[in-house]
Write a protein that binds this ligand. Structure first.
Ligand code: GLP
Length: 256
């Protein structure tokens, strides 16, 4: 994994956005894996700035969301379909028909999950997957003990994840108990992965995912198996990394 430590949360967003902008410039119909949550907000904000400036267009870019709650109405403001529309599709100017979110309202969730993986394959696979990480090490909604081979499927949300996400709902018991999420195996098939994290609350998860053993207890550690995974963190999120000085040295001496 390439680990890049930058001073501030804003720098995290700018660096990740620069990588995405490079990809879209070279491949205007690129397929992006889109994450929700607070972590990628700075990335989307910087991409929005570039779109406003006229230097970047998402008109031909395709997108697949990572995950979705089960059972929330589509129009619920916290359904990931609504969040992706509000935070990504509208501000960045995606064609809505080019963006897909797992169908958490389907009668047959297993089938919806399988069709989702098939749609990703039909699109030619994901070029770049944007990721955050949960405090318990989850990526997407792959909670601890998720199989490294898992595909898009229904998962039960860990109680801690429901508590973490309660801030978006009127009360904790309104947070759905289940979700559809791309599997770790699905995520590992993306041609490139960029994980962003900010703040001391993510330091333990980042240290475990980057430097800990490969273990299903820390789903983010699956990224150690990826050929092209970049982890971009601010100083606070990097504070648990044993080899932080090495990562700084490596980035400072990165060949063009
Ligand atoms: C959420 C999402 C993940 C996200 C993670 C961290 O529940 N399903 O995709 O990366 O948990 O969230 P945040 O970025 O808000 O800290």
């Amino acid at each position: 994994m390439e680990v890049i430590i930058v001073p501030t949360a804003q720098d995290v967003g700018e660096l990740a956005a620069a990588r995405i902008a490079d990809l879209v410039a070279s491949k205007p119909d690129a397929v992006l894996g889109l994450a929700t949550g607070s972590s990628p907000q700075g990335v989307y904000a910087e991409l929005h700035r570039r779109v406003q400036a006229g230097s970047l267009s998402f008109a031909g870019v395709r997108g697949f969301a990572l995950d979705e709650y089960v059972g929330l109405p589509l129009e619920h403001p916290e359904s990931y379909a609504s969040v992706i529309t509000r935070d990504v599709v509208e501000p960045l100017g995606f064609d809505p028909s080019n963006v897909r979110v797992p169908d958490g309202r389907a009668d047959d969730l297993d089938r919806a999950a399988q069709e989702y993986d098939e749609a990703i394959a039909q699109a030619g696979g994901i070029d770049l997957q944007i990721l955050g990480i949960g405090a318990n090490g989850h990526i997407g909604f792959n909670e601890p003990t998720s199989s490294f081979a898992s595909r898009t499927r229904i998962k039960t949300l860990a109680p801690q994840t429901r508590l973490d996400n309660a801030r978006f709902f009127d009360s904790p018991d309104q947070v759905p108990t289940h979700c559809l999420t791309q599997g770790l195996g699905t995520i590992l098939e993306a041609r490139e992965v960029v994980l962003v994290a900010q703040g001391a609350g993510k330091a333990a998860a980042i240290a475990a995912a980057v430097e800990g053993p490969l273990t299903a207890l820390v789903p983010g550690s699956a990224l150690q198996l990826h050929r092209r995974a970049t982890v971009i963190v601010d100083e606070d999120a990097a504070s648990g990394l044993k080899l932080a000085d090495y990562y700084r040295y490596t980035y400072a001496h990165k060949p063009q």
